[in-house]
Design a protein around this ligand. Structure first.
Ligand code: PEP
Ligand code: MN
Length: 264
């Protein structure tokens, strides 16, 4: 974990712990839901609240997010709990709205990382800001696309970057929703050793019973953080119901995980 300069920069600026824990629902559903989950998470290891408001769904006819309305709910959750906030941005317009709403951290979703023109537009919309951006791997196991997205942000002088490993789709059915292919994340780390690497066990797993084991593997591989989908009523979540865990399960998991304390 030497040379984690970028990690120190933005984690220190935010006063965040190691490992960084980002938690919250797949989707913001209602104002009451966002506030309730934020209050349940505020005294846990989670320091950043996640909630998707623009949801690029693979198939039409599914819940596609509440849109810009959800930005106010995230702002309110931050005011009431002091948690930092993060949401997915999938185009330059989302970036403008998220910047106006002062969302702390933006993430780029797996279906966006595959699209160089959109990544470029988003990076240009962020040029000159010190916003922290986390770039998920592309849906397909293509290291070059992931590297390319990172390079597009660096080229626009966006320095507070990190990457999120959320696994890769395969046509065959495996025990995972998205195959981890750990080596791809390791290769990206070798190429950009300064970049904080965060594990998203939820989208790798697609089911809640293997979230703990995936987190342990990530921590054993020296990942810098975890982004875990968390809902107070996972079975009734409006998206990704099978993979979300409750705040109580998150608390227990963080107690049970063996966490290496040293950081370079
Ligand atoms: C999400 O984080 O809810 C999401 C849509 O993730 P991904 O882009 O990894 O599929
Ligand atoms: Mn999700």
């Amino acid at each position: 974990m030497e040379n984690k300069k970028e990690l120190r920069n933005w984690l220190d600026a935010f006063g965040l712990d190691h490992p960084l824990v980002i938690a919250g629902p797949c989707s913001a559903e209602t104002e009451a839901q966002v506030l309730k989950i934020a209050h349940q998470l505020k005294d846990t290891d989670a320091t950043v609240l996640r909630a998707g408001i623009w949801k690029p769904r693979t198939r039409p006819g599914n819940f596609e997010g509440v849109g810009a309305l959800g930005l106010k709910w995230l702002q309110k959750a931050k005011e009431e709990t002091g948690m930092l906030t993060t949401t997915e941005v999938a185009n330059a317009n989302h970036v403008d709205l998220a910047l106006e709403a002062d969302i702390d951290i933006l993430w780029i979703g797996a279906r966006t990382t595959v699209s160089p023109f959109i990544v470029q537009d988003i990076a240009e919309a962020l040029k000159g800001t010190d916003k922290t951006v986390l770039i998920k791997n592309p849906v397909n196991p293509d290291l070059a696309l992931w590297l390319g997205a990172v390079e597009r942000f660096y080229t626009q002088d966006i320095k507070n970057l990190g990457v999120i490993h959320r696994g890769f789709s395969t046509y065959e059915k495996t025990r995972y929703r998205n195959n981890p292919e750990w080596q791809i994340a390791v290769d990206l780390q070798n190429k950009f050793p300064d970049l904080p690497l965060i594990l998203d066990p939820s989208h790798i797993a697609g089911r809640r019973d293997i979230i703990h084991d995936l987190c342990q593997t990530g921590l054993d591989l020296n990942y810098d953080g975890l982004m875990v989908e968390t809902h107070y009523d996972p079975d009734n979540a409006w998206s990704d119901a099978a993979q979300q865990i409750t705040p109580a399960t998150l608390v227990q998991m963080m107690k049970d995980l063996k966490i290496r304390k040293e950081v370079g």
